[in-house]
Design a protein around this ligand. Structure first.
Ligand code: OSB
Ligand code: MG
Length: 381
């Protein structure tokens, strides 16, 4: 691998087609941190940091990630000879705690750069085996059960293979009941609470068992592994952990404690691909299914997620919806699409990310840029 000699940070603003509400907040226009990483001999790749505007999902934000990358993380890589993308996780982890999304954007970018330089598809470089990955949709909290039913019916008609319903206290059992009734027994439905409940709500959550959800994602707080284990003992529905799984050891803890039976792997949340692969491998050995989560990524971040989801133990549909579910116009071409069977195609016949980034469009969406070179950071705009 390469010697990285330039990292350009860019913040773009991109409006979602419709606001996305989860239990802890709502997003209408996304603030997105994109990175352009350039190697000494000129090879370059785009990467995306999945931190959001506010610290309601994890503690990170676009602004904390920007700071962490500029001050502590990028200087570890710039101007260094890096043996390969598999060593980057260790380089960024040493004596820098947290900031997983900031770390992941650089680490995944190094995998992307290695794929570009080696002219191999990112999926193949990671050890992916699938040509198509099954796709689900994550539906935000709506103002009434009927609104959610409309969207769920449209999603099934479009071919999605899993329907995920965001829930929160007061908008849960009746919403799930309405969707299960409208969709019938054969559709795979799940719910995601984004840590909105406590163990005191256990008897209320048990009422969800009636709807045969394929899983209930992150009902309790990220750090509540013991309480999650207690809840799992009371519920038939398998619990899936998202926010709780920040690294390999948390996955080990989940399995040993029985805090959940499925893991949503988001590479941004765990610090990148090396950690994602380690969690994937552990779960494969332990018989725990995993699937690839999403963070409302642009087509850049989606390229990385689709490549990861092509690994063999990603056996459940991921939150990998096509570009048109989120954006009027995506920042890549071709845009990500889904076929009528609800599958997204992995570009295993194209090197690198497998998509072309529309730099002019990105330029028009950009609100700030910072150009990092060598060890000295310089503000360009
Ligand atoms: O919990 O999975 C989540 C989006 C933002 C923050 C948290 C979550 C989500 C999603 C989006 O569910 C899924 C997608 O990208 O389609
Ligand atoms: Mg989630």
């Amino acid at each position: 691998m390469p010697c990285i000699d330039r990292i350009v940070l860019r913040e773009i603003h991109l409006a979602l087609k419709e606001p996305f509400r989860i239990s802890s907040g709502i997003e209408s226009t996304r603030r997105i941190l994109l990175l352009e990483i350039t190697e000494r001999d000129g090879a370059a790749v785009w990467a995306e940091c999945v931190a959001q505007a506010l610290p309601n999902y994890t503690p990170e934000t676009v602004d904390t990630a920007w700071l962490a990358i500029r001050e502590w993380l990028a200087p570890r890589l710039l101007g260094q000879d890096i043996a390969g993308p598999e060593v980057v996780h260790g380089l960024l982890a040493e004596n820098i705690r947290g900031h997983n999304m900031a770390k992941a954007s650089l680490e995944m970018g190094c995998w992307g750069l290695a794929a570009e330089m080696g002219q191999v598809p990112l999926s193949k470089l990671l050890g992916g085996t699938r040509d198509r990955v099954p796709t689900g949709i994550s539906l935000g909290i709506q103002s009434a059960p009927e609104r959610l039913v409309e969207r769920a019916l449209a999603a099934v008609a479009a071919g999605y293979r899993k329907i995920k319903l965001k829930i929160q206290p007061t908008q849960d059992v009746e919403y799930v009941r309405a969707v299960r009734r409208a969709l019938g027994d054969d559709v795979e439905i799940m719910a995601d609470a984004n840590a909105a409940y406590t163990i005191d709500d256990a008897s209320h959550l048990v009422a969800l068992d009636e709807f045969r959800l394929i899983m209930l994602e992150q009902p309790l707080g990220a750090d509540d592994l013991l309480q999650l284990a207690a809840l799992q003992r009371q519920m038939k529905t398998p619990l899936c952990l998202d926010e709780s799984i920040t690294e390999l050891n948390r996955a080990r803890a989940m399995i040993e404690l029985g805090s959940g039976r499925i893991i949503n792997i988001k590479p941004g949340r765990v610090g990148g691909f090396t950690a994602s692969k380690a969690i994937h491998d552990l779960c494969q050995t332990a018989g725990i299914p995993v699937w690839c989560g999403g963070m409302l990524e642009t087509g850049v971040g989606r390229a990385y997620n689709v490549a990861l989801a092509s690994l063999p133990n990603f056996s459940l549909p991921g939150d990998l919806s096509p570009s048109a579910r989120y954006w009027k116009r995506d920042v890549v071409s071709p845009e990500w699409t889904m076929d009528a069977d609800g599958m997204v195609h992995v570009p295993r016949d194209r090197p690198g990310l497998g998509v072309t980034v529309d730099e002019e469009f990105i330029e028009s969406l950009t609100s700030r840029v910072e150009d990092l070179r060598g060890t000295a950071a310089k503000v360009a705009v």
